[in-house]
Design a protein around this ligand. Structure first.
Ligand code: PRP
Ligand code: MG
Length: 206
């Protein structure tokens, strides 16, 4: 059976395909997949899922390898091998607030998809905050008055800018990572060696 790679859907997907193509792999079936979530190429089976679900499939050995943002690994700490960084998906984790708004002295309210990262960030500061878990579009929270600030990923900075928010503090720079199932690495060592090496080499070449 061909090795299975779980790929994070959305913005990492496009960047991965460019990277994969640059390594001379066959990407046509992936580019032309339409709404299919499972696609086979000459060498691999691919499954497309949300970042956190990529880690679940890899952790449970459904997928041998996964391509996922390090934000997801930091937030959910899945039991997988975190092999190496990939040369795409560069982002920063930041605390952001509304431009021109005074940072209040009372207990601050922070909205985020990343509640564990947020908790840890403020714990390191020795500051107690109230955290609101949102599932997306967290930039809305300060605008609508739910929170004083947000903790979220910033890539180009456009979403913050277009919503009148500014970075108050950046605290974690990361990229996409290649992860592996712990037993696949042992059992399928030979089948996975070439692709792992080419992903790793891709990193070195950049
Ligand atoms: C992500 C992130 C920021 C934005 C950062 O949201 O949560 O909102 O991208 O990118 P930028 O700095 O290039 O603007 P995404 O669009 O993935 O959607 P979601 O927050 O609703 O999950
Ligand atoms: Mg967002």
């Amino acid at each position: 059976m061909k090795p299975c790679i779980a790929l994070t859907k959305g913005r990492l997907e496009k960047q991965f395909l460019d990277f994969f193509k640059s390594l001379s792999y066959d990407v046509d079936p992936l580019v032309n997949k339409g709404r299919k979530l499972r696609v086979e190429t000459d060498d691999f089976q691919f499954v497309f899922a949300k970042g956190v679900d990529v880690t679940t499939y890899v952790e449970h050995g459904i997928a041998d390898l996964g391509i996922v943002g390090e934000d997801i690994l930091a937030e959910f700490q899945p039991d997988v091998y975190n092999l190496f960084p990939l040369p795409f998906g560069q982002c920063r984790m930041a605390l952001a607030t509304e431009e021109g708004k005074v940072w209040p002295e009372r207990k601050r309210r922070i909205a985020s998809k990343y509640t564990n990262i947020t908790k840890e960030f403020f714990k390191q500061k020795g500051e107690s905050v109230e955290i609101f878990k949102l599932e997306g579009s967290v930039e809305l929270a300060p605008i609508l008055g739910l929170a004083d600030g947000i903790v979220d990923i910033v890539e180009t900075g456009n979403t913050l800018k277009e919503n009148g928010l500014v970075i108050k503090e950046e605290f974690f720079e990361f990229s996409a990572r290649c992860i592996a199932n712990r037993s696949s690495l042992k059992i399928k060592r030979d089948e996975l060696a070439t692709v792992i090496e080419s992903f790793r080499r891709g990193v070195v070449v950049k």
